[in-house]
Ligand binder design. Structure first.
Ligand code: ZN
Length: 367
């Protein structure tokens, strides 16, 4: 079939797809079909059974194809597209030298173009959902939303709520909070955009803002995102300024929970792993970011064994989901597996599961 013919066939509102292989939780299966209606997978099972349940539809054979869930990028920065070539080989805290100056210089048109490019790269790489950690560009975040919606990419869209730390004024805090509440309301119920609130790093916000933003997200069933325990410099800055490591600070403020997604978590102590587990806080494990600019690799294989929820994130590096899974496994093997003779380091399926269904928010199963 020509590509044009393919696109026309898939435009129908209802489809009964019969691929050669269908990726189930248990692995690839043959002789299965999928019923899709209104862009949503609504029924999956043996092809004969599905044809009997949906007799109005003619099965569409997909010879030579494997049908599988779209992958989830648990940590992205959609407006950093034009700085990607600068990221490799940078020492830690690249945000000071590259990301904040770059994003601060973007007008709405550049925000739109950078986001559109990132969204198309994500789709090409096998991602159908990305979690954007929030841009520091000064313009309207609606430009990011327009880009992902036009591309057809699902996006958990972070709004930055930094108030600068404990020296912020009550008026500043109130203005940020009001903006955050408006943002959550504005995008509530949108099909492809899921509003999320973000604080770049815990040190960039007051205690009140960290606790308040996390609580707002819990109430709205939204995701609260923050970069936590990524670099030694950041951990030490938090210890000096706040008397706690970033993750400990969030725990002390009651700001951890199922609504929270921490990015990186590469420098985590045994007690911090227990905090993540006991609060059901999620982590984005970003192996390529560790390769490109990290101090360490998140102990994701250990997190999996402990039942800590995590997804895989690109952190705006190459947007190739298959290479990301490969990096996830390889980084675990090099950082932890080799020293203890763990030849499988999670096996391929651990990283596939965490690139797909294990990366979903707990409340997403209800929708
Ligand atoms: Zn990041």
């Amino acid at each position: 079939m020509s590509p044009e013919l393919d696109a026309a066939l898939f435009a129908a509102d209802e489809l009964l797809l019969a691929p050669d292989h269908l990726m189930l939780r248990t692995g690839p299966a043959t002789g299965h079909a999928v019923y899709v209606a209104g862009g949503v997978f609504r029924d999956v099972g043996p092809a004969d059974a599905l044809a009997a349940r949906h007799p109005r539809l003619t099965p569409l054979p997909l010879p030579g194809k494997l049908l599988m869930p779209g992958m989830i990028d648990a940590h992205h920065h959609l407006t950093q597209s034009f700085g990607k070539s600068l990221a490799y080989g940078e020492p830690s805290e690249i945000f000071r030298r590259v990301w904040v100056p770059l994003e601060s210089s973007l007008d709405d048109e550049f925000v739109y173009m950078a986001s559109k490019l990132a969204a198309l790269e994500s789709l090409r790489g096998g991602f159908t959902t990305v979690c954007d950690a929030g841009t520091r560009a000064p313009g309207d975040i609606g430009a990011v939303a327009s880009a992902v919606q036009e591309a057809g990419l699902r996006c958990v869209l972070g709004l930055i709520c930094n108030d600068g730390g404990n020296d912020s004024t009550p008026a500043e805090r109130q203005a940020i909070r009001a903006h955050a509440e408006r943002f959550l309301r504005q995008w509530s119920g949108a099909r492809l955009v899921h509003p999320s609130l973000a604080i770049s790093v815990p040190e960039a916000a007051s205690d009140e803002m960290l606790a308040g933003v996390s609580a707002l997200c819990a109430e709205a069933l939204a995701v609260f995102q923050t970069h936590v325990n990524e670099h030694l410099a950041s951990v030490e800055r938090s210890v000096v300024q706040r008397g706690k490591r970033p993750l400990e600070l969030l725990a002390q403020l009651g700001a951890l929970g199922p609504q929270v997604l921490i990015a990186h978590g590469t420098l985590v102590t045994p007690s911090e792993l227990m905090l993540l587990r006991d609060t059901d806080t999620a982590v984005s494990y970003n192996p390529v970011a560790s390769q490109w600019k990290g101090n360490a690799v998140a102990p994701a294989n250990l997190m999996a064994a402990l039942g800590i929820r995590f997804g895989l994130g690109t952190d705006a590096t190459r947007s190739d989901a298959f290479r990301l899974m490969d990096a996830a496994e390889a980084a675990q093997k090099l950082a932890f597996g080799l020293a203890i003779g763990d030849a499988s380091s999670g096996g391929g399926w651990t990283w596939f599961d965490h690139a797909t269904h294990e990366a979903r928010a707990p409340w997403a199963w209800a929708t």
